[in-house]
Design a protein around this ligand. Structure first.
Ligand SMILES: Cc1cc2nc3c(=O)[nH]c(=O)nc-3n(C[C@H](O)[C@H](O)[C@H](O)COP(=O)(O)OP(=O)(O)OC[C@H]3O[C@@H](n4cnc5c(N)ncnc54)[C@H](O)[C@@H]3O)c2cc1C
Length: 301
């Protein structure tokens, strides 16, 4: 049996693993995809202190290099279910079953996908959710972005280095993104920010996206459309535990404790105000140290 199993290997999970291992715990970290989490699809990171300015991938490489020093057990498996049996927690994955005294849930969240049929049909045929992954396909083409938050602007700036023209379709009359992003975007000649612009329809030609309809009337030709319309927490594997609020985020206290003793949560999966790498990393460290305390008490009794 492990002392602690950490689910997710983004900045929250990696930092939790580092702190848990250094505190003497026997740790297993489970990750279903690429270690690094959302940082893998981040163009540029310039707000993680000590890292300078780098691509998301470069930061992930540094993080992985760092934790390699601590000999932390890692398995590339997807967690399907967890069960709380009081002093023992059971984790079932696509490959096996593991037991631990404590769990740290750090499975983050994923960008929301559009939920209408046309969007689904055109995914990979003009509709994308990841500029870092798909920007090269749109070299010298016309693209649009839906969204007005930091991710939309950051990724828009990246895309604008490839695209001939980039429209930013923002539904409201307000931009939510930080000023630093907005100012950079305004300086780029090929970016046009369109406020009060709701994309009401997608127009396709030969099975590919060819244009968008704005506010039910105007038509703008685009070769690609990138959606940054929010996020959904990755909670499928613990739906029965009843530890989330109505929006799906886990409720924790300042020790990163959920309402179930021995189950902690950290990073983008929890209900909080700021969803960033640095806050995820901080949550991870707190969760690990709280897990250490919990296990110490458990072992005493
Ligand atoms: C486009 C974009 C740009 C961003 N830019 C910045 C930026 O410049 N600066 C900044 O500070 N923040 C930025 N962020 C936010 C930042 O990436 C997140 O806040 C941070 O990655 C959250 O870390 P996390 O560890 O909580 O979750 P994640 O990074 O989402 O990692 C969670 C991990 O859990 C894994 N997982 C999920 N479910 C399971 C399962 N069932 N079994 C096993 N593993 C599972 C996932 O595969 C993933 O690897 C950006 C986000 C996006 C989307």
């Amino acid at each position: 049996m492990y002392d602690v199993i950490i689910i997710g290997m983004g900045p929250a999970g990696m930092n939790a693993a580092l702190y848990a291992k250094r505190s003497g715990l026997n740790v297993l970290i489970l990750e279903k995809s690429l270690p690094g989490g959302l940082i893998n699809i981040t163009n540029k990171v310039e707000n993680y202190l000590g890292n300078g300015i780098s691509t998301g991938r470069e930061l992930v490489e540094k993080m992985l290099e760092h934790i390699k020093n601590f000999d932390i057990e890692f398995k590339r498996e997807s967690v399907n279910e967890i069960t709380d049996e009081n002093k023992v927690k059971i984790v079932r994955t696509n490959k096996g079953e593991y037991k631990a005294k404590a769990l740290i849930l750090a499975s983050g969240r994923v960008p929301k996908k559009g939920d209408n049929e046309k969007i689904t049909k055109l995914e990979g045929r003009g509709i994308s959710y990841c500029a870092v992954c798909d920007a090269p396909f749109y070299k010298d083409k016309v693209v649009g972005i839906i969204g007005g938050g930091n991710s939309a602007f950051d990724e828009g700036l990246y895309l604008s280095d490839f695209a001939k023209k980039l429209y930013m379709f923002i539904r409201s009359d307000e931009i939510k993104a930080d000023e630093i992003f907005v100012n950079k975007a305004k300086k780029k000649e090929n970016i046009e920010i369109l406020l009060n612009s709701n994309v009401t329809d997608l127009i396709e030609k030969d099975g590919k996206l060819s244009a968008v309809e704005i506010n039910g009337k105007e038509k703008i030709d685009v070769d690609g459309l990138f959606l940054y319309i929010g996020y959904s927490p990755s909670t499928n594997y613990f739906k029965d535990l009843n530890i989330t609020d109505e929006t799906g985020y886990i409720i924790v206290n300042e020790k990163m404790e959920t309402s179930i003793p021995g189950i902690f949560a950290a990073g983008d999966i929890i209900k909080k105000g700021v969803y960033q790498i640095i806050t995820a990393a901080s949550d991870g460290s707190i969760a690990a140290l709280s897990a250490k305390k919990y296990i110490k008490n458990l072992d005493k009794n």
